[in-house]
Design a binder for this molecule. Sequence first.
Ligand SMILES: Nc1ncnc2c1ncn2[C@@H]1O[C@H](COP(=O)(O)OP(=O)(O)OP(=O)(O)O)[C@@H](O)[C@H]1O
Ligand SMILES: [Mg+2]
Length: 271
Amino acid sequence: MFDKPAGHDQYLVKDEPYYELVGDEVALYEAAYSARMPMMLKGPTGCGKSRFVEYMVWKLKRPLITVACNEDMTASDLVGRFLLDKDGTKWQDGPLATSARIGAICYLDEVVEARQDTTVAIHPLTDHRRTLPLDKKGELIEAHPDFQLVISYNPGYQSMMKDLKQSTKQRFGAMDFDYPTEQTEVSIVSKESGVDADTAGKLVQIAHRARNLKGHGLDEGISTRLLVYAGQLISKGVNPEAACTMTMVTPLTDDPDMRDTLNAAVQTFFG
Ligand SMILES: Nc1ncnc2c1ncn2[C@@H]1O[C@H](COP(=O)(O)OP(=O)(O)OP(=O)(O)O)[C@@H](O)[C@H]1O
Ligand SMILES: [Mg+2]
């Protein structure tokens, strides 16, 4: 038996997350993990990337540390910093340092939101070195053998100003995620929200129509997450039309014509 590093157990996912297999993603990810390859999960918002990571860490029995990235984040937020307390200064590991020490899978959500000078902090951990220098502390962490870095990336949001550098991208293997096929999505919506398959099927049909509008007035299609929201409201007794407007129309767009178009699709199935 190995000694588990302190703090290891608190980051374990205890119960099996519900995850509907979409293709061969589990086998591919397992192979990538066994090579400790850093992974990039690409795909639109709400299509199942985070759920997949939760499922995989449960399956692999590894701790998970998730960081929601934003543009105000500094390298110190990831790596760690000295804090002042009554006894003087004390070093506190950031999530990346903790992950490297305890052998967690570190999931950086929406990594493209972070500034490039923050993102480069992951470089030494994502090549053959597998180390993390804590410059301010004068320590070099050698990553635990179980450590892996996973990042998510929504290809829709990128612009010339906001994208990962090639030197960052090319440190990762990548997998494309997308909305599940019709039958799988119906199962997911029904299981996650409690609506019957017939209602879930209608929600998915509406989503398919709306997804065709991507690039024609909509920046992004209706996510699986929003379909689950719609189903949850319907399960609570909300009238389906109102539930759809609240979850599948209003959050997506403020454009009156686009709202009319989406509401018309709702009418077709629930009118
Ligand atoms: N394959 C799946 N199995 C089970 N549930 C799923 C699956 N795909 C999507 N879902 C449902 O969709 C919801 C949203 O998925 P998730 O949070 O993983 O999206 P995401 O891709 O991480 O989005 P974001 O980029 O916005 O973080 C989940 O909470 C779950 O209800
Ligand atoms: Mg997510």
